[in-house]
Design a protein around this ligand. Structure first.
Ligand code: SF4
Length: 754
């Protein structure tokens, strides 16, 4: 038996695992006792990973060979890789030549490794010349990104898991940590047991399992978090619980915020948020006066049409009370996916560039163009997730490449997404699993490797980069995600006209940064000339994608971080083999940094954090007489995303065996329903049928449906009669105007007996 260290592919805790294998078969998994995210522990999902990789499951669920459909609706037929990628390159090149680079879009995933993400981003922005690349991390963390940048100046979670052990007050908001980040929750349980004086405030519309540890539960009405945070600041100011010295020395913009929260009186906030006034005072006191307060938050704040404001308003509280930059103190966003952080680091979103650079910044665009050796990086912002599928539904985007994600189930407003997939002229789905809903819409299916088969890196919620390692060979003819991208990109290079070097003094007139390492051997600096130099049509040209290993890609990514807030120029694969490390880790460092802003200096032009005077906006679709229930969505303990992996194991259905809609017992009674009755749950966009279950976890007027159930479990229909599946038949695609993250956490619905 062989043992291989790697990481769990599910959530952002990023637990280390040891994969046991014999030959080409994964036979077991255990927690890595040396990994600082989990110290050997695994949750139900992590500890059953090996079973999801058995020979039987692989045979039944995996995509093993490239498949091509001649016509939509036909059974796809097997083709070889050369035919598959030539077809893809021909079709993408045709669309780009006829309609321009913005007629194609790439929709990728926080499940990808950093190296995969890097080449996808370079393919879109460096080769094709479009910023139409977005990711399912848009549905997960983009409000956290925008909130950090708006207040602290950079997309960098300032805290770490060890802060749980130092916090005197834990403020958990919009996160069912017990289910969504189970191993972190074990750490919280232990910290509470070791230091019983630690106060825990839990704030969420649902009284989930996470509330069991809470000393104070705040049952905030859906979508009212900004009002709550402003109200807490109002109380802190009134009671003299803020830190004027810290505010004066390390922040700006407080007067404007102070004026804004003047109206947020405890009476008003109690009425809007549905929280007793006394509890508001208790929460404000514990937060502000505890020696160290740590906030942990997730999709309850992020998946909102007011998501950036929610994140920023919470960070305001930390700045006003100096609860940041010390052990146990700080705002700490928990990432949903295993590598949402890595994707942000390489700029794999429609509005970002490599190494936390901004697309809107001309100097940043010029730096990235120089790093890649291309004349320029396009300036026009790309389509974000919801915009991309809307543009495809409208015929504006004609070719879509979807990798490692299942938008036909996971995107809000499924009816629009399905119109997009049907209307697009060419859809490529690069996937490990043949069973996802999106595969049904693909013209070309490309089999990718997955957990236990891949090499690369991921970054977890606390900025810790870990190595992901292959224990077994790929099944069938599946290839690594980065390899597929590189092979496709090299074919596309030969089919697109050569871009010309930018004229001197043209767009992007910025100092040229150090060129990236292109050497195949670690540590070898091989600067490359700009692509197209001295060439043009008919000349052999250098590929932009000269990578033979994931490490070669990672070295280029590493070079792109030089001098940036996430500088990792001191890291090597060899160092990561020895132990996972946190960023920043600049050249010469011997350790990564556990927590940020300990010196009170922030990555803003004046070195000060900035208070955000953000306005409270109610939910995008308030409930009303025809749609009287507030529907929210969330995770189950034992399932992951669209269940393509966890849904293969019977034992993971023991906790929750079937989809249900949870209602408060009084609502069930008032509607004349019995528990177990089938009901239609209907929004303005669609309707699904499922049994009703009584639960005191949800408040009066609220409904909860888990996000995981797909077409095999939960069918539905759109308002125009199309077949749909899952809870996203109901959800709205309204999104935050800043982060563009959709409001998956709230839709107005009606519930009627079937
Ligand atoms: Fe995997 Fe998350 Fe469970 Fe850790 S807590 S084992 S990363 S699912």
């Amino acid at each position: 038996m062989r043992e291989t260290k790697s990481t769990c592919p599910y959530c952002g805790v990023g637990c280390g695992v040891i994969i046991q294998s014999e030959g080409d078969q994964i036979t077991g998994v255990r927690g890595d006792p040396a990994h600082p995210a989990n110290f050997g522990r695994l949750c139900t999902k992590g500890s059953t990973l090996h079973l999801t990789a058995s020979a039987t499951v692989t045979r039944q669920t995996r995509l093993l060979h490239p498949l091509l459909r001649e016509r939509r609706g036909d059974k796809p037929v097997r083709v070889d890789w050369q035919a598959a990628l030539d077809t893809a390159a021909d079709r993408f090149a045709q669309v780009i030549r006829a309609h321009g680079p913005d007629a194609v879009g790439f929709y990728v995933s926080g499940q990808l490794l950093t190296e995969d993400y890097y080449v996808f981003n370079k393919l879109a922005k460096g080769l094709v010349g479009t910023n139409n690349i977005d990711t399912n991390s848009r549905l997960c963390m983009s409000s956290a990104v925008a909130g950090y940048k708006m207040t602290l100046g950079a997309d960098a979670p300032p805290a770490c898991y060890d802060d749980v052990n130092h916090a005197d007050c834990l403020f958990i908001v919009g996160s069912n940590t017990a289910f969504a980040h189970p191993i972190l929750f074990r750490r919280i349980e232990e910290a509470k047991a070791t230091r019983p004086g630690t106060k825990m405030i839990f704030c969420d519309p649902r009284r989930t399992d996470t509330a069991e540890l809470a000393d104070l539960y705040l049952p905030v009405q859906p979508g009212t978090d900004v009002m709550l945070f402003h109200g807490l600041l109002h109380i802190m100011l009134w009671e003299g619980w803020t830190q004027p010295d810290y505010i004066a020395a390390h922040t700006s913009g407080f007067d404007e915020l102070k004026a804004l929260v003047r109206e947020c009186t405890p009476e008003h906030v109690a009425q809007v948020c549905g929280i007793p006034k006394e509890d508001l005072f208790t929460a404000a006191r514990w937060f502000a006066t505890s020696p160290a307060t740590l906030s942990l938050y997730c999709q309850g704040l992020n998946q909102s049409a007011n998501g950036t404001a929610k994140n920023a308003a919470l960070i305001n509280l930390h700045l006003a009370t100096a609860q940041v930059g010390r052990p146990g103190a700080g705002p700490f966003s928990l990432t949903g996916q295993p590598n949402a952080m890595g994707g942000r680091e390489v700029g794999g979103l429609a509005n970002l560039l490599s190494a936390h650079r901004d697309l809107a910044n001309p100097q940043h665009r010029a730096e990235v163009a120089a790093l890649w050796g291309v004349p320029s990086v396009p300036e026009k912002p790309g389509k974000t997730a919801v915009e991309m599928f809307q543009a495809a539904a409208d015929g504006e985007i004609r070719a879509l490449w979807i990798a490692c994600t299942n938008p036909a189930q996971s995107m809000p407003d499924q009816a629009t997404v399905k119109r997009a997939l049907q209307r697009a002229e060419f859809v490529v789905v690069q996937e490990a699993f043949a069973t996802t809903e999106t595969c049904d819409y693909a013209d070309l299916l490309l089999p990718a490797t997955t957990w236990g088969e891949k090499e690369g890196t991921v970054t977890n919620s606390e900025r810790r980069i870990s190595r992901v390692r292959a224990a077994v060979a790929a099944p069938g003819s599946a290839r690594h995600d980065w390899e597929i991208v590189v092979d496709f990109a090299q074919r596309l290079e030969g089919r697109l006209p050569s871009p010309q070097p930018s004229p001197a003094g043209g767009r992007g007139n910025a100092p040229t940064p150090a060129l990236p390492q292109r050497g195949r051997e670690q540590g070898t600096e091989t600067p490359s000339p700009p692509w197209g130099e001295g060439g043009g049509e008919g000349h052999a040209r250098r590929t932009l994608f000269p990578y033979a290993t994931p490490e070669a890609i990672w070295l280029e990514h590493r070079a792109s971080t030089r001098g940036r807030d996430l500088d990792i120029t001191g890291l090597t694969y060899a160092l990561l083999e020895a132990a996972p490390r946190q960023w920043p880790f600049p050249a010469g460092a011997t350790e990564g940094r556990a927590r940020l802003y300990e010196d009170g200096l922030f990555p803003t032009p004046d070195g000060k954090a900035k208070f955000a005077a953000v306005l409270y906006e109610p939910v995008a679709e308030p409930r009303e007489s025809r749609y009287p229930f507030s529907l929210t969505t969330g995770r189950l303990r034992d399932q992951w995303h669209g269940m393509s992996r966890t849904g293969t194991l019977g034992r993971l259905f023991g906790h929750v065996p079937e989809p249900v809609v949870q209602l408060h017992p009084q609502d069930i009674q008032r509607r004349g329903l019995q528990e177990g009755d089938l009901v239609h749950v209907t929004s303005k966009r669609g309707s699904i049928v499922l049994p009703v279950q009584a639960s005191t976890e949800v408040g009066l007027g609220q409904a909860f449906i888990a996000m995981h159930w797909g077409p095999s479990f939960l069918s539905g229909v759109s308002s125009t009669g199309e077949r749909l599946a899952g809870v996203n038949a109901l959800t709205t695609s309204a999104y935050c105007p800043t982060s563009k993250q959709p409001e998956l956490k709230h839709a107005a619905v009606k519930i009627l007996k079937a």
